[in-house]
Ligand binder design. Structure first.
Ligand SMILES: Nc1ncnc2c1ncn2[C@@H]1O[C@H](COP(=O)(O)OP(=O)(O)O)[C@@H](O)[C@H]1O
Ligand SMILES: [Mg+2]
Length: 313
């Protein structure tokens, strides 16, 4: 009997022992598992951190890339950065976000003696100083006289011509008309052959007068602007017109087609004539809306202070 009790006690002890060992093993196993999991997690986090840091370093968008190709099309494309062509007229470029937009057609309006030719020449000289190729097409200026006048501002056009950077072209409005009808002509071949960067038409007033009615003026303006757009150069067209007594019919087609309009005033104020400039329009540009006084000095045009009250006349 006593033997039987002893045996069952032994069995119970054995069972308890087994339980202890088993639970010990269980604890041990679970701790081991926990550690293993923690290490795994730590490794994963570390990997992600390194990957993220790498992305940041290369300016990438980790999340978008990780999300797969599908997202790529949903991400809006960055707007193409505009290339600006500085005019090089002191204090003017900052009024128009750094310059004309590259390959645009721009209009410079002003009365006789307002400074259009000087403004346009300064625009070309600033390009040539950087090695850009420039073309000056004129219906009014004579080459020698023009070169002489521009020397006054320290601009040696003869020198630029010798370097192959400057081309002076005398033209008649009739020739321009033919150019439009034939589509290109000699101006186009010069521009394409010489790879002209900046060009000036000084002035297109008489060209506009060749057309009688508004419709044909508009058609001609469209054709001219269409041609210039295909030439891959930044153009400045001057238009001789008294800004305060403007003949709307003559200029509206040209103004409508042009990418920007700059107006030069030469007005009598307090018994003296003073010069002012204003940017009337410039597509795609947050331009200044003020009127600025300017002077023609030794180095050409220089923009001065903005005027609070502009009362011309
Ligand atoms: N060297 C100079 N220094 C200062 N002002 C000048 C000089 N040369 C010309 N000007 C001024 O510029 C005016 C001519 O500018 P210009 O660009 O030929 O006018 P536009 O082409 O609009 O008729 C002249 O009437 C004169 O007042
Ligand atoms: Mg002129």
């Amino acid at each position: 009997m006593a033997k039987k009790i002893k045996k069952s006690k032994k069995k119970r002890v054995k069972k308890t022992m087994h339980k202890i060992v088993h639970s010990k093993h269980k604890i041990k196993h679970s701790i081991k598992h926990k550690i293993k999991r923690a290490v795994k997690h730590h490794k994963k986090m570390h990997k992600m951190h390194v990957k993220d840091a790498r992305h940041k370093k290369h300016g990438g968008h980790g999340r978008q890339r990780r999300a797969g190709r599908r997202l790529i099309n949903l991400v809006p494309r960055k707007k193409k950065k505009l290339i600006r062509v500085p005019l090089g007229i002191p204090n003017f470029d900052k009024l128009i976000q750094g310059g004309f937009e590259k390959n645009t057609t721009n209009l410079l309006v002003g009365g006789s003696g307002s400074g259009k030719t000087i403004f346009a020449a300064q625009f070309l000289v600033s390009g040539m100083k950087k090695g850009e190729k420039c073309l000056y097409v004129t219906f009014e200026e004579k080459k020698e006289q023009f070169y002489e006048n521009m020397k006054e501002f320290g601009w040696d056009l003869e020198e630029y011509e010798k370097k192959g950077l400057f081309t002076f072209l005398e033209y008649t409005p009739i020739q321009v008309k033919t150019m439009l009808e034939e589509g290109g002509g000699s101006i186009e071949s010069i521009i394409l052959k010489k790879k002209i960067d900046r060009m000036v038409f000084d002035s297109i007033t008489s060209f506009a007068l060749l057309f009688e009615d508004e419709l044909s003026k508009r058609e001609a303006a469209l054709a001219l602007f269409g041609l210039i757009r295909g030439w891959n150069c930044t153009a400045l067209l001057t238009l001789e017109e008294e800004p305060l007594a403007r003949d709307k019919a003559t200029s509206s087609a040209l103004e409508f087609e042009s990418d920007s309009i700059i107006i030069l005033y030469f007005v009598r104020q307090r018994g003296e004539r003073e010069r002012y400039v204003e940017v009337m329009k410039m597509r795609g540009t947050k331009h200044s809306e003020k009127v600025y006084a300017f002077e023609i000095g030794k180095g050409g045009i220089i923009i001065k202070r903005p005027v609070s009250k502009f009362i011309p006349g």
